[in-house]
Design a protein around this ligand. Structure first.
Ligand SMILES: [Zn+2]
Length: 254
């Protein structure tokens, strides 16, 4: 016979052993197929090769999925597994189909000024003016955005409802990226910012869009292709995602 206190200890122990409910993470490698996204020119042995954002985004997305599934009970899915074009609508519809809990879109940045550098994280928000401008950005190409749809998104109660949790998710992920990437790879932290991206708004769940590095900056283009950078970046994103899903600040993982 167990006495009451031993019994409570035993039940607590069992509860600790019971895994929390598995959540679904939908990871969206930006662009694909004919849409190369941002381009980097890489010279090696006097030969020029073009590096496409779509390929790096797919590499990163696969690695993030692997890290999430290795280090947690949660499941991760990709909006595309190969190099093919998927419309922004299809990507967000998939979030509904699989009943994803969160949505993460992976991108690499581009700028006309080749000295632009660093990593940044956008969370879905329909309040800020800067966020509204973002709807006209390059990451929205491929969508048939008309004024009416934009206004619908801006007024959407769903977007309104998921904005705070998108910011919280962004916070966890951006903090991990900053902690592991900034010093190690001497990269600039461009911050966590509100953004209104079509693909995020349509996903209708807490969502963020990551710009891992600038492909138009030659140093960062080389980094983006580098396996070690990709691994550490993906591991940081996965860690932030797991922290958000489990709502614990410092899980004993990795
Ligand atoms: Zn992109």
């Amino acid at each position: 016979m167990m006495n009451i206190s031993k019994y409570i200890t035993f039940i607590t122990f069992l509860l600790l052993l019971t895994p929390a409910a598995a959540k679904k993470v939908l990871i969206d490698p930006g662009h694909g197929g004919e849409d190369c996204g941002a381009k980097a020119k890489i010279w090696k042995n006097k030969k020029l090769s073009i590096l496409c954002e779509k390929d790096i985004a797919l590499d990163l997305a696969k690695k993030i999925k692997k890290h999430i599934e290795t280090h947690s009970q949660h499941n991760a899915y990709l909006t595309r597994l190969i190099d093919k074009s998927v419309t922004l609508q299809k990507r967000s519809e998939l979030a509904d189909t699989i009943k994803a809990d969160i949505f993460i879109s992976i991108h690499l940045n581009a700028a006309t000024d080749s000295s632009s550098q660093g990593f940044e994280t956008f969370y879905l928000d329909n309040h800020d003016n800067a966020a509204i401008k973002k709807i006209e950005d390059v990451e929205n190409t491929g969508s048939t955005i008309e004024k009416a749809i934009i206004n619908q998104i801006l007024a959407s109660l769903v977007v309104e409802r998921v904005a705070p949790s998108s910011k919280e998710l962004g916070n966890y992920v951006h903090n991990e990226i900053t902690k592991n990437i900034k010093k190690r790879f001497k990269m600039r932290d461009r911050g966590l910012k509100p953004g209104l991206f079509y693909v995020l708004a349509l996903s209708k769940r807490p969502s963020i869009l990551l710009e891992a590095a600038f492909l138009t900056n030659s140093r960062e283009a080389k980094l983006a292709k580098n396996n070690r950078f990709q691994d550490i970046y993906a591991q940081s994103v996965a860690k932030g995602v797991i922290e958000y899903l489990d709502k614990s600040k410092d899980p004993a993982l990795f």
